[in-house]
Design a protein around this ligand. Structure first.
Ligand code: NAD
Length: 309
């Protein structure tokens, strides 16, 4: 078999090649930007692996032998899956590899916002040791607070045991909630309005769909407590970012910790970057060494499984 990795966003490592060479495949690495370059290097490939390179209908039509396209990550946005299916090519991806990482980041953002870690760090590094207390003024104890999870899927359920040692009460809203999970994890199932009105921390863990686009808008922000902190490690467009900026400017809520933004990559001049009460991390939710190894191995295994039938 010939396996071609078409872009270098994640250059191949032994984690992929060990698995692919074990089924007798030769593996080649390229750095394609255009569909034409992909056609050139992959026309006779049995499999393609991609991170972000666009695998278009046109590129797919030029693949003579390809049986499988493997995508690093939880989605297949850059692959024309319809064209691939029509051509009899299986598209594999990695839906499960980083739940723990995203949950840990949600906790980290929440604590960093609550304890004013970034302003304190900045002031101390600027030589103003004595001003650190002022920079972190307003921080509250987590004990006795309420942590609201919007969405109670795999990542949200990883968040629960991370935050419970902070002695918070955990509540969750999910229209498809599994009450057995709630009971096991000591989480109360509530409706969205109750969650927004009663949570000190609100953390988003739902997929972006037409029905969840801007599910947090001016109206929902107004329902939240004045000192509430909003955390988003889901997808940026779950929140109307303009409405969030207004709410943060006007003291409608206290702060936001955002791994994801409505438009990525964002405009560097975006208002969100001018707000002191916002932490943004640039979509790093999945980024730990361990998750990357899991991702690499799962991509390679998915491709190997299809090639060996
Ligand atoms: P999941 O499918 O296990 O859970 C999603 C939950 O959302 C489900 O329980 C579903 O019932 C619920 N839901 C659907 N519509 C809802 C609504 N309108 N209101 C409330 N709940 C609703 O997914 P997951 O693994 O927990 O991941 C959640 C999201 O996290 C993903 O969709 C993805 O967008 C995001 N994510 C981000 C990163 C990152 O790097 N920041 C990495 C992985 C995933």
């Amino acid at each position: 078999f010939k396996v071609v990795s078409v872009d270098k966003l994640l250059p191949l490592t032994h984690y992929e090649t060990d698995i692919l060479e074990a089924i007798g495949a030769t593996v080649e690495q390229y750095n394609c930007v255009t569909p034409e370059e992909i056609e050139k290097v992959a026309a006779d490939a049995d499999a393609i692996i991609t991170v972000g390179a666009k695998i278009t209908r046109e590129a797919i039509s030029k693949l003579k032998k390809c049986k499988v396209i493997g995508r690093y990550g939880v989605g297949i946005d850059n692959v024309d899956a319809e064209a691939a299916t029509e051509a009899g090519i299986v598209v594999t991806y990695v839906p499960v590899y980083c739940q723990e990482e995203v949950a840990t980041l949600a906790l980290t953002l929440m604590l960093a916002c609550e304890r004013r870690i970034i302003p304190a760090n900045e002031i101390v590094k600027s030589g103003e040791w004595k001003s650190a207390l002022k920079a972190s003024a307003g921080a509250r104890s987590t004990k006795g607070k309420t942590f609201g999870l919007i969405g109670f899927g795999a990542i949200a359920r990883e968040v629960v045991p991370l935050v419970q040692p902070l002695q918070v009460k955990v509540i969750a809203y999910d229209p498809y909630i599994n009450l057995d999970f709630c009971k096991d994890l000591n989480v109360e199932s509530v409706d969205l309005e109750y969650l927004l009105k009663n949570s000190d921390y609100v953390s988003l863990h739902v997929p972006l769909m037409a029905s969840t686009h801007h599910m947090i808008d001016a109206e929902q922000l107004k329902m939240m407590k004045k000192d509430a902190i909003l955390i988003n490690t889901g997808r940026g467009a779950l929140i109307n970012q303009k409405a969030l900026c207004d709410a943060l400017n006007q003291g409608v809520i206290a702060a936001a910790g955002l791994d994801v933004l409505e438009f990525e990559p964002p405009d560097p001049e975006d208002e969100i970057f001018k707000l002191n009460n916002v932490i943004t991390t640039g979509h790093i939710g999945a980024a730990t060494n361990e998750a990357l190894v899991r991702l690499r191995q799962k991509v390679a295994q998915g491709v190997a499984d299809v090639l060996t039938g």
